[in-house]
Design a protein. Structure first.
Length: 393
């Protein structure tokens, strides 16, 4: 049995301990017998929202490495590749890049994003990624230097003109320590580029998946105000910030640039974040409404007891296993393309590679992946000539 200790947090921006609990999110991760959970809370003092009672950063990093397997593949989804291209366009427009610029990408995977800098003629590129396999793949496919390390462990005498964190800051527990370390690594006239999910958009979206934004590894929920606050109290100022919608993830990202400031903002001067709490509350309501429809589908499968294979063992499924009656379905097993999950179990059933469905053509396929649902359906029809029932949750 996997036992994971949890940690209580104070607000990373104002150190406030008073918080309102907005939601409790449960998860059942592969090969764990007991569900995990965290609380989505909002700081009463400054309005920042974050996950409380979380697993340790080491456990979160390990789970993230399992969950984000597609980032360690050369053939990343077209939608994700277009996001990286758009991020680079933003950086080119907002930062004074030159061929001599020194760039550090934190959480770079195998260098997909860094490769856009290389194609633009910038050669002094460094990536940080805990995965050793990502380091080898980056060298092999892009000839980019990726160091097997996390930000907190990285030490160097180099000073970088650009430090980028794309979809990384929402995973970091000790935010001020991370930003202070970036300050040490940054050249005097350097800039930090940040891309994070925009919490202000959560309550405005038409959802395709309930509680998508409450993934186990997503422990900080930033609005423009809270993102500015956390950098300003650590000696940076916001140069530019915009929110942009990306269909691949069906959410908005904040794209922001920061530079070093002469003065640090004191806690007394923090701007109260008034948008985050109502946005998350609306998002929770919309997610619960969508979950009703999913539960109705599962109820029919429970009644029929038809054999079922769930395609997808990622974040969506970890929530379904812990919060619905999925365990009462006549479940044969799970399918996922992430080789790191194969032979692990959920609800006592094994996670198999995709070809396993050929042995179970009598089964109903339930697709638990909003991002890849159409792609999976097409694969079932075209590659496996699937004639059975397919249900997209």
């Amino acid at each position: 049995m996997m036992t994971i200790p949890t940690e209580q947090r104070v607000c990373a921006i104002c150190d406030g301990a008073d918080k309102n609990t907005l939601h409790k999110q449960d998860f059942l991760i592969p090969s764990a017998k007991n569900a995990l959970s965290y609380k989505v809370v909002c700081c009463e003092q400054c309005g920042f929202a974050y996950a409380d009672n979380i697993p340790s950063q080491i456990e979160l990093d390990a789970f993230y490495q399992d969950a984000e397997h597609h980032l360690h593949s050369v053939d990343i989804p077209v939608g994700l590749s277009s996001i990286h291209a758009d991020f680079f366009d933003y950086v080119q427009q907002k930062l004074p890049l030159s061929e001599q610029s020194k760039v550090l990408d934190v959480g770079c995977s195998m260098g997909h994003f860094l490769n856009y800098f290389k194609l633009a003629g910038i050669q002094n590129l460094t990536g940080l990624e805990p995965s050793a396999s990502a380091t080898m793949l980056a060298k092999k496919h892009y000839d980019i230097n990726v160091i097997s390390s996390s930000l907190d462990k990285y030490q160097t005498s180099n000073k970088y003109d650009v430090i980028s964190l794309c979809g990384v800051l929402e995973h970091i527990e000790t935010l001020s320590a991370a930003i202070n370390h970036m300050d040490d690594l940054l050249a005097v006239e350097g800039h930090v580029f940040i891309a994070v999910p925009d919490v202000e958009s959560f309550g405005k979206l038409t959802l395709t998946e309930p509680f998508l934004e409450f993934a186990l590894e997503h422990i900080n929920f930033f609005s423009k105000t809270s993102l500015s606050n956390i950098f300003e109290i650590n000696g940076f100022e916001m140069v530019h910030c915009e929110s942009k919608y990306y269909p691949f993830y069906n959410n908005n990202y904040l794209l922001a640039v920061f530079k070093k400031s002469v003065d640090k903002t004191s806690c007394d001067d923090i701007v109260f974040d008034a948008v985050t709490k109502p946005s998350i509350e609306a998002y929770i309501q919309h997610s619960n409404d969508l979950l009703v429809s999913i539960n109705n589908t599962l109820d029919l499968l429970i009644q029929s007891q038809e054999p079922v294979i769930v395609w997808g063992a990622g974040s969506f499924t970890t929530r379904l296993c812990a919060t619905t009656r999925l365990s009462e379905v006549n479940l044969l097993g799970f399918v996922d393309k992430n080789a790191q999950l194969h032979t692990k179990t959920l609800l006592g059933r094994t996670i198999h590679p995709a070809k396993w469905v050929e042995e179970n053509r009598q089964a109903t396929i339930v697709i638990a992946s909003s991002t890849y649902a159409k792609e999976i359906t097409n694969e079932l029809h075209n590659q496996y000539v699937w004639a059975g029932k397919i249900i997209e949750l």
